[in-house]
Design a protein around this ligand. Structure first.
Ligand code: PLP
Length: 399
């Protein structure tokens, strides 16, 4: 625009066009709040609802559309909506499907903040909730009612790692949807928190879920440096409810963050397999340690839901929980955690660095908990397994 006299204006109205024929391995990063329309007719007619055009950064950019497509592919679903964190994706599903007077059912062993949102916000909006025992489909059946609009599923439980029978739980909901008691056109919707399976250990839709949510923060990012979430479904009506709610609540994700997740996806399957193998090795070793009463990991025979895991999954994530023998007081368990040098204290998982955190399980569940000792959850990273095992051994000594 050499006909413009002022440099300040020239610096804004540049003649940039994306380079044609620039075939890099990774897609470029596109960032926008504003997207320019060529004329008023285009501004009026462009459709943000069906991804046929770009209208505004909140409604998507080439980078976020690419990531949405790739997450849908990963999960074996048709439609994907991105959210600024895994928790934001969980909350988006709640807000998209629930109205005042509805009821939500949540597994007793679900991701804690999912329960907290129901407790604080949903109840104040006139939406009730109940916890159910995910290991007992009859308990879910007993709690389904005319009011039930949404049923959360999670596999395995967030800290205690019991692997539920997802097809059996879905079957209970589908049977309820066939009864006269269920008159809502969408019936009761099932939404799976699929962060652990990550689209790799099993297919959420083959097992029957209507909606699959992931914290992309975990495996897809893999770097412990991005927060993002996704909501995937095969059902266009459900997708529209999620997508329109997403627009109204103004959830955006940054192009830079989307690019980091796109980069993480390249190595995700390899990381999942490597961390799976390392976690099982450490789980077997921990099982033999005299200080430990139980190791919870769905691939271990004797761990709750092991047979179902074996039937439905081709892998397992990098989480394991160890229950200490009752003589290990919380103070001794805290000393164990403080003595670890490679397992660092922190939340989240599936990043390169191994992490651990102590949990007070009876305080966060209503179903009976068979153990008496304290629990520590470990997330196994990408360090050498022998080094991690030596770290656990020296900290167990100190406890
Ligand atoms: C981490 C996590 C989330 C939330 O993800 P954030 O990106 O941290 O908000 C949701 N569900 C499960 C099972 C998780 O582990």
């Amino acid at each position: 625009m050499s006909d413009i006299p002022h440099t300040s204006t020239q610096l804004i109205h540049h003649a940039y066009e994306p380079p044609a024929g620039f075939q890099a391995v990774q897609p470029g990063i596109h960032k926008a709040s504003t997207v320019i329309f060529p004329n008023v007719a285009a501004l009026r007619s462009r459709d943000w609802k069906h991804k046929t055009g770009y209208t505004y950064g909140l409604h998507g950019t080439p980078t976020t559309f690419t990531l949405e497509e790739r997450i849908a592919t990963l999960e074996g679903g048709k439609f994907c909506t991105l959210a600024p964190s895994g928790l934001a994706a969980v909350v988006l599903v709640d807000m998209a499907f629930l109205k005042a007077g509805d009821e939500l059912l949540i597994p007793d062993n679900a991701y804690g903040p999912n329960k907290a949102f129901a407790h604080a916000e949903l109840t104040s909006w006139g939406i009730s909730f109940q916890f159910y025992d995910a290991m007992n489909p009859a308990d879910l059946a007993a709690k389904l009612s005319r009011k039930t609009r949404l049923v959360w599923l999670e596999a395995p439980g967030s800290v205690t790692l019991e692997f539920p029978d997802l097809p059996a739980l879905v079957a209970v909901v589908k049977a309820h949807n066939q009864t006269a008691e269920q008159s809502h056109p969408l019936g009761s919707i099932t939404a799976l928190d699929n962060t652990w399976g990550a689209g790799l250990a099993f297919n959420a839709f083959t097992l029957g879920a209507d909606v699959s949510v992931q914290a992309l923060t975990k495996y897809p990012s893999g770097g412990a440096d991005v927060l993002m979430g996704s909501v995937v479904t095969n059902d266009e009506a459900l997708h529209h409810l999620v997508h329109f709610c997403h627009m109204r609540v103004g959830y955006g994700v940054s192009g830079n963050d989307a690019e980091l997740v796109l980069r993480g996806l390249n190595t995700m399957a390899l990381r999942y397999a490597a961390q799976d193998a390392a976690t099982r090795q450490l789980a077997l070793w921990l099982q033999r340690q005299p200080q430990i009463a139980a190791v919870l990991h769905p691939a271990l025979p004797g761990s709750p839901g092991h047979a179902v895991w074996q039937r439905d999954c081709s892998g397992a994530a990098c989480l394991l929980s160890a229950v200490f023998k009752p003589e290990f007081t919380q103070q001794r368990i805290d000393r164990f955690c403080d003595s670890l040098r490679l397992f660092r204290l922190g939340y989240s998982w599936a990043g390169p660095m191994s992490l651990c955190a102590p949990y007070d399980v009876p305080a966060v569940r209503t179903t009976p908990w068979p153990h008496h000792g304290g629990l520590v959850r470990f997330s196994v990273g990408l360090e050498a397994v022998a080094d991690l095992q030596a770290d656990l051994a020296q900290a167990l000594e100190k406890a």
